[in-house]
Design a binder for this molecule. Structure first.
Ligand SMILES: [Zn+2]
Length: 479
């Protein structure tokens, strides 16, 4: 959702009083406050948890911990590779059958809350995880998906911003806590009224096509791109997650504009090389949500440095944005709209986020949409799939609106799979080795390097594999 429109009107004087009160004590300042926007919803709600109010950051994070304890065979909690700007650990979950065990399952990555005030995205993501867990052995589709797919969720990509917004210190905050380019802020600097509009937009800081249209320079603009591609630690975390897993489908949840978006998002992008299967999935999602579906510039606006761009152009991941909970003149409407959006009931008849999530989950399980490696290798061997290449930003728009040449940056994909005991042949669901060009509707004819390592012995082979295809690889000697 764009920053410069539909800013919620609120009383500036009351806001200032609240900020002064908060500033008086940092302990108090970090105490979450109940949002005043909640209209009573009968408890329990039909959501998997029965919730009727928005989670705070600490509630969401302690819930992730509780899920991992309650479902140790299905849920693994992990810390992302970087802490947020204010030093908070960023948490995610892996959800799959025998989750602790290495596997070659395809990965569906679902994220929430790039933008601080888009609270429904946390709710929809968390509730979907509970939905999946509670339906294991109950719902046949979900039971099969737990067998076949590794679901990875990062419910809060921007924890600092969420905390500032959800605790009402800066309720309409959108971006992260970067107050000054190149400097790490303190909590008080991020919370200061003077810096209310500062920050980098975490959905303009990813490297692919960074620096183009639909983003601003510095920290005060609505959609600040940041100092450089991946300058923000939150974006580094998501980049590292994408580069270390075979994420075949990804979703970035936002509010509140009733759209299903796919690449292109920047003006410089070509028609994607995989436009036919990619758009057909987008249109099916549009049917689930009853929203327009398609490329950003065609049905929304231009944006550069988005999650879809880095995911699709680095690995061929079919990546989407959902703009949830529309039409309420708020980025976080009354909680009843979260419930209605999840199920496609009430205010949103037939527009079900859950149906969209399930379609993406099933798309991840569908080998026609990714690639498959059938590998012969000794039990206990570590298989590594690797690729190193150079990617490009957009031509970088300057303060004078002129364009400097595109920047380049390295992207390294490395994922591993340990052949389970007792097996000498495994299936690894992966992204195609051919990579979508950033310049033309074409694939770059690249290969994966697949290495088998066991007891000091090593063997590497190059594998080229297209989307929807399978390749047989014999590494049984692994030497
Ligand atoms: Zn957003």
């Amino acid at each position: 959702m764009r920053a410069d429109i539909r800013r919620t009107i609120h009383c500036a004087a009351a806001h200032l009083t609240l900020l002064v009160a908060f500033a008086a004590s940092s302990a108090l300042a970090q105490t979450p406050r109940t949002a005043p926007v909640t209209v009573p919803v009968p408890y329990p709600s039909p959501l998997p948890t029965g919730r009727v109010t928005y989670r705070t950051l600490s509630e969401a994070y302690s819930e992730l911990e509780r899920m991992a304890v309650a479902y140790p065979l299905l849920v693994k909690r992990f810390a992302l590779s970087h802490r947020s700007l204010l030093g908070q650990t960023m948490w995610g979950l892996e959800i799959s059958r025998d989750v602790q065990r290495s596997s070659g399952k395809p990965v569906f990555l679902m994220t929430g809350l790039h933008h601080a005030r888009e609270w429904p995205t946390v709710e929809l993501t968390m509730e979907f995880v509970w939905d999946v867990l509670k339906n294991d052995g109950v719902d046949a589709r979900i039971t099969a998906l737990l067998d076949d797919v590794r679901l990875i969720v990062v419910p809060i990509v921007n924890p600092d911003g969420f905390d500032m917004s959800r605790s009402l210190i800066n309720e309409q905050k959108r971006k992260n806590c970067r107050v000054t380019i190149g400097k790490v802020p303190t909590w008080a600097e991020c919370a200061a009224p003077l810096n209310a509009d500062a920050g980098v937009d975490n959905n303009r800081n990813y490297g692919a096509f960074w620096g183009g249209g639909g983003a601003t320079i510095g920290v005060s603009g609505g959609s600040s791109r940041g100092e450089a591609p991946f300058s923000e630690p939150e974006n580094q975390s998501i980049r590292d997650l994408l580069s270390s897993h075979q994420v075949v489908v990804a979703l970035s949840n936002h509010t509140p504009d009733a759209k299903v978006l796919r690449v292109p998002s920047a003006a410089e992008e070509p028609i994607p090389a995989d436009v036919i299967p990619y758009d057909s999935l987008a249109q099916a999602l549009g049917g689930d949500l009853k929203w327009p579906a398609g490329p950003w510039p065609k049905i929304y606006y231009v944006a550069s440095g988005t999650l879809e761009e880095i995911a699709y152009y680095s690995a061929g991941t079919f990546a989407f944005t959902f703009e949830n909970a529309p039409g309420q003149r708020s980025f976080h409407p009354a909680y009843s709209f979260v419930i209605d959006q999840y199920f496609g009931t009430g205010a949103y008849p037939g527009s079900s986020a859950r149906a969209g999530f399930m379609r993406l989950y099933e798309a991840a399980a569908n080998p026609a949409l990714h690639s498959v490696l059938n590998i012969k290798a000794p039990a206990g061997a570590t298989l590594t799939l690797h690729k190193l290449f150079t990617m490009e930003s957009s031509p970088v728009i300057g303060a004078d609106s002129g364009k400097a040449p595109a920047l380049t940056f390295p992207m390294e994909l490395t994922s591993t799979f340990i052949v389970p005991r007792g097996l000498t042949a495994v299936t690894w669901h992966v992204n195609p080795s051919v990579r979508p060009s950033q310049h033309a509707q074409a694939h770059l004819q690249e290969s994966w390097t697949l290495t088998c390592a066991l007891a000091g012995k090593k063997q590497s082979v190059s594998v080229m594999v297209l989307r929807g295809a399978a390749a047989d690889v014999d590494l049984h000697r692994c030497r």
